[in-house]
Design a protein around this ligand. Structure first.
Ligand code: ATP
Length: 236
């Protein structure tokens, strides 16, 4: 594989007696859609918190483009080029799309509207910049969240269980967006427990069980039974 964008070596994080992540090794390639697959409690959210600077590892090393990565906060993660779209959206209902984005991104209103429109067209994230958030569908709200992240030109975009809130037609559209983003040079970390979705859209999957990595595979080369065995230790 080409030199990884992000690497974790022996990363561990415990909460008291609970070993949420234990000696995690992980390489995220540039321009890839990389799944973090695991059932509830496997340690996915903890891993995301470490990669987005919300928490610090107890032990182990993180590398960004081969150099040590010290994340002391999400603001530092964003400066490196790491963006995160949370499962629960954080948009203000009474403001427009453009006003929500203006809260976190500098720029004149006309420029922001232009960028929202351009990103929407380029990546299948169409949304009316002047619409009020309360009038948007869940899929449109998620598009705004993704656009807001893209405004900072991330190299890595973390999506936490992005399909859990979406109707099926929006899932298909989201996957098209993720592929376009990957092809434009952005890597995606796709957090999920949904095997079929991971097989449909991801180039690589790191599988977690009880805080441990149980597989690092190309999910297209494994059927759902194989992946389930790695994820839960038995067939589904
Ligand atoms: P889910 O899909 O349910 O969010 P997950 O795979 O994201 O699960 P984590 O949330 O990372 O898993 O949790 C891994 C383990 O760490 C679980 O046993 C959880 O209860 C525990 N844990 C996570 N955060 C904390 C915390 N702040 N304090 C104590 N225990 C925690």
């Amino acid at each position: 594989m080409t030199a990884p964008l992000l690497s974790l070596r022996g990363v561990s994080k415990s909460y008291g007696q609970i070993h949420a992540n234990q000696g995690i090794d992980l390489d995220v390639a540039p321009q890839s859609i990389h799944a973090i697959l695991g059932e509830n409690g496997a340690g996915k959210s903890t891993l995301m918190k470490l990669i987005y600077g919300v928490e610090m590892p107890d032990t182990g090393e993180m590398l960004w483009e081969g150099e040590p990565l010290k994340l002391t906060s999400p603001a530092v993660a964003r400066r490196y080029g790491i963006g995160m779209v949370f499962q629960h959206f954080s948009l203000l209902e009474t403001l427009t799309v453009a006003e929500n984005i203006a809260l976190v991104i500098d720029g004149r209103k006309a420029e922001l509207i232009e960028r929202i429109t351009t990103l929407g067209r380029e990546f299948g994230l169409e949304v009316d910049p002047l619409a009020h958030v309360h009038a948007l569908s869940v899929g449109e709200r998620q598009r705004v969240e993704i656009i807001r992240c893209l405004m900072t030109n991330p190299k890595l975009l973390i999506l936490d269980e992005p399909t859990s809130v979406l109707p099926p037609q929006s899932v298909t559209k989201l996957f098209e967006t993720l592929k376009k983003l990957r092809d434009s040079g952005v890597s995606i970390l796709f957090i999920s427990h949904k095997l079929e979705e991971i097989r449909a859209v991801c180039d690589h999957a790191t599988i977690l069980r009880s805080g441990l990595v149980t597989g690092n595979v190309d999910p297209r080369e494994h059927d759902a039974h194989d992946l389930a065995r790695m994820m839960i230790g038995r067939d589904m």
